[in-house]
Design a protein around this ligand. Structure first.
Ligand code: NDP
Ligand code: MG
Length: 392
């Protein structure tokens, strides 16, 4: 039996992973499931999958989780240290699907046990790509991308030489405001930003899709995971979200990955890798779909894409600052302290301020540097939110 753990099991990626595992319970031994606030759902999942351990990151919710699991024999734990202990429990395959920088440390601990880490948590690659890849190398662990675009690129690269790749194109739906007039964007509300035209995802990544901060993270993720240069990475707006990525080779061929907008494809590919098993996803009828559209992204509409290039140019710890500032700006937008279009301004201000202070330089990345940068960037972003929010 394959021993599996799911970090962030109560989220959108987590639920899709649980769905795949629950379809073949005889094949899996579930070691640990972790969640946050939704302990009722976490307990249901732990019972359904007969998990060894259920962990909530919130200590104040431990009792409620214990009550839900009393008499089941499933162990219960809570808090940050418990999450890290769960990540150290031996497993053959670990899904990293916590949202935000909070996913970094459990991911690193999981890699230290030499496991296969299915990585949905792109933020950890953005914050500390060098550290994550080095930890995987040192401990003989592998990282499999779960983000749909990166899974698509990995699939297009099977049997190919990286040196033969000229460019990589990742697609973006354009999110909720793709066709809005630019002058309406400042008035966009959190509710409007939280509805995605094609994908059903967690709220934070859905809003990040509307602002293209999600794609900005993914551009950096492409660089960190595959090692392509910034000039090789392109973004293309593709409203149907059926072509997830294209890899261009030096003979002019473009290999496109086409599939339904269902994360169970990328999760299932990582779960069964290197096999390709049948997956319960829709089979596309291209004749019915009829048309696939592509267009270049407009950087006035989506300044996050320009910021991603700046981050890659600056290097060092700027990914950690970028992600932390983005998370703070998103919180402030969701709390209605700043406007939709202010998020990019907050992030840019943080990057400029920290770079000016020399705080983003580093020769060899260490976890304490990353955490310190994250902390500083959040503080700096909170100040920028106050300033920009007052100006608004
Ligand atoms: P969700 O918000 O739906 O789920 C996040 C999960 O993390 C939940 O289990 C949540 O618990 C838990 N969680 C929240 N905060 C913390 C914390 N501080 N510490 C530990 N656990 C926490 O997110 P998604 O599933 O949408 O996204 C997960 C990751 O996958 C993100 O990195 C995202 O960028 C990436 N991703 C998501 C895709 C998607 O289709 N959703 C596609 C590609 C990548 P609870 O809900 O119980 O509070
Ligand atoms: Mg993606």
């Amino acid at each position: 039996m394959k021993r599996v753990s799911i970090f962030g099991s109560t989220g959108s990626i987590g639920e899709n992973t649980v769905d795949l595992i629950a379809r073949a319970p005889e094949e899996y031994h579930v070691v640990a499931l972790t969640g946050g606030r939704n302990v009722d759902r976490l307990a249901e999942q732990a019972i359904a999958l007969n998990a060894e351990l259920a962990v909530t990151c919130f200590p104040e919710l431990k009792q409620r989780l214990a009550d839900r699991l009393s008499g089941t024999g499933i162990a219960v734990a809570a808090g940050e240290a418990a999450l890290l202990e769960a990540a150290a429990r031996p497993a053959d395959w670990i899904m990293s699907a916590i949202v935000g920088a909070a996913g970094l440390q459990p991911g690193l601990v999981a890699l230290e046990q030499g496991t296969t880490l299915a990585l949905a948590n792109k933020e950890s690659l953005v914050c500390a790509g060098a550290l994550l890849m080095e930890t995987a190398r040192t401990h003989g662990a592998s990282i499999l991308p779960v983000d749909s675009e990166h899974s698509a690129v990995a699939q297009a690269l099977v049997g190919e030489e990286i040196a033969d790749v000229e460019r990589v194109i990742i697609t973006a739906s354009g999110g909720a405001f793709r066709d809005w007039p630019l002058e309406r964007l400042p008035d966009a509300t959190p509710e409007q930003a939280s509805s995605h035209p094609n994908w059903d995802m967690g709220q934070r990544i859905t809003v990040d899709s509307a602002s293209m901060f999600n794609k900005a993270l993914e551009v950096i993720e492409t660089r960190e995971y595959f090692g392509f240069s910034p000039a090789q990475i392109e973004v293309l707006v593709h409203p149907q979200s059926l072509v997830h990525a294209l890899v261009g080779f030096n003979d002019g061929a473009l290999m496109a990955h086409v599939g339904p907008p269902d994360m169970r494809h990328a999760i299932g590919y990582a779960l069964h890798y290197p096999e390709r098993r049948r997956l319960p996803v829709e089979r596309l009828d291209l004749a019915k779909i009829g048309q696939l559209d592509f267009r270049a992204p407009c950087e006035r509409r989506w300044p996050a894409l320009r910021l991603a290039r700046e981050v890659m140019g600056r290097g060092g710890l700027s990914g950690a600052a970028f992600n932390a500032a983005k998370e703070q700006a998103l919180d402030a937008f969701l709390a209605r302290q700043i406007r939709f279009t202010d998020m990019a301004a907050v992030v840019e201000e943080v990057l400029n301020a920290m770079d000016g202070d020399g705080a983003l330089k580093c020769d060899r990345m260490r976890l304490d540097h990353v955490m310190e940068t994250d902390h500083l960037a959040r503080k700096c972003a909170a100040e920028a939110v106050l300033k920009i929010g007052t100006d608004a």
